[in-house]
Design a protein around this ligand. Structure first.
Ligand code: SF4
Ligand code: SF4
Length: 214
C-alpha cells in the first residue's frame, strides 16, 4: 500500500456511482435487528502472528469523535482511545495509528448500553456502514444477524452513499498517515501494546501528530 496505489483507488471510487454500491447492498438484504452483536467482543482477529485484535475494536476518524462530542458533551478521552492494536515500534518510540472507541469493563463498546446503541443517532461512520465494507471485489459483508431481511431501496441507497463516503475518507486518511509517519511505517515494525501499558506514545491520526501518555 503506497500513496500512488491509494490515489488510484480514490480516483476509481470518485467515479463510482453510489447506486452501484446500493444495488449490491440491496441484493444482500439487510435490516438491523439491534442485537448488538457487532458492538460486543465476540472473537479476536489475527492481524499478525503476535497481534490479536478484538472484533469490536472500532476504528474511528477524529471527525466521528467530534460529532459525538457535539451531541453528548462528552470529553474526547471518554469516547476514544489510541488504537493499541495498531502500533509501530523500533524498540524505543511507540507510534500509534489512529483511534478506537473506548470499551467498557465488559469489553462492550462504551456506547452499548441496555442492549442497544446509546449513540445511534450520532454513531461513527463505520457503524453506519456495518455490516458492509468495500473489499477487492466491491461491497462485502461481515457477520451480521440482520441479513436476509427485507430492506427498502431508500435504505440501500443511503448505505451505498455512506460506503462511498467512508471508503474515500479512509483512503485519504491512509495517505495522510503515510505522510505523517514516513519511514517509520514498515509492516515489520507492527506491534500491539498491552492494555495496561503505561508510557509515552506518538499518535498519528491523519490530522495531527501528538505525543500522549497512556
Ligand atoms: S448490524 Fe447486524 S450484528 Fe450489528 S446490531 Fe444490527 S443486526 Fe446485529
Ligand atoms: S457506537 Fe453504537 S453501533 Fe457503534 S459499536 Fe458502539 S454501540 Fe455499536
Amino acid at each position: 500500500m503506497n500513496i500512488a496505489s491509494l490515489g488510484r483507488r480514490i480516483e476509481h471510487l470518485i467515479h463510482t456511482d453510489p447506486s452501484v454500491l446500493a444495488s449490491m447492498v440491496f441484493d444482500s438484504g439487510f435490516s438491523c435487528q439491534r442485537c448488538g452483536w457487532c458492538c460486543r467482543e465476540n472473537f479476536s482477529i489475527r492481524i499478525t502472528r503476535d497481534i490479536l485484535r478484538p472484533s469490536n475494536a472500532v476504528s474511528v476518524f477524529p471527525d466521528d469523535v467530534r460529532h459525538i462530542i457535539k451531541n453528548t458533551g462528552m470529553q474526547w478521552d471518554e469516547i476514544a482511545e489510541p488504537d493499541i492494536y495498531s502500533c509501530l515500534s523500533d524498540g524505543n518510540i511507540i507510534w500509534v495509528i489512529g483511534w478506537i472507541l473506548r470499551r467498557s469493563r465488559e469489553d462492550d463498546c462504551i456506547f452499548y448500553r441496555n442492549h442497544e446503541c446509546s449513540a445511534y443517532e450520532y454513531r461513527p461512520l463505520i457503524c453506519r456502514c456495518y455490516p458492509f465494507f468495500m473489499g477487492e471485489n466491491g461491497v462485502e459483508v461481515m457477520y451480521c444477524n440482520g441479513m436476509g431481511n427485507k430492506m427498502t431501496p431508500e435504505t440501500a441507497a443511503e448505505i451505498g452513499k455512506l460506503l462511498k463516503k467512508y471508503e474515500l475518507k479512509k483512503l485519504r486518511n491512509y495517505i495522510s498517515i503515510i505522510r505523517q509517519m514516513g519511514d517509520v511505517l514498515r509492516l515489520s515494525s507492527l506491534r500491539s501494546i498491552p492494555g495496561d501499558y503505561s508510557g509515552e506514545i506518538i499518535l498519528c491520526d491523519g490530522e495531527a501528530v501528538s505525543v500522549r501518555r497512556l
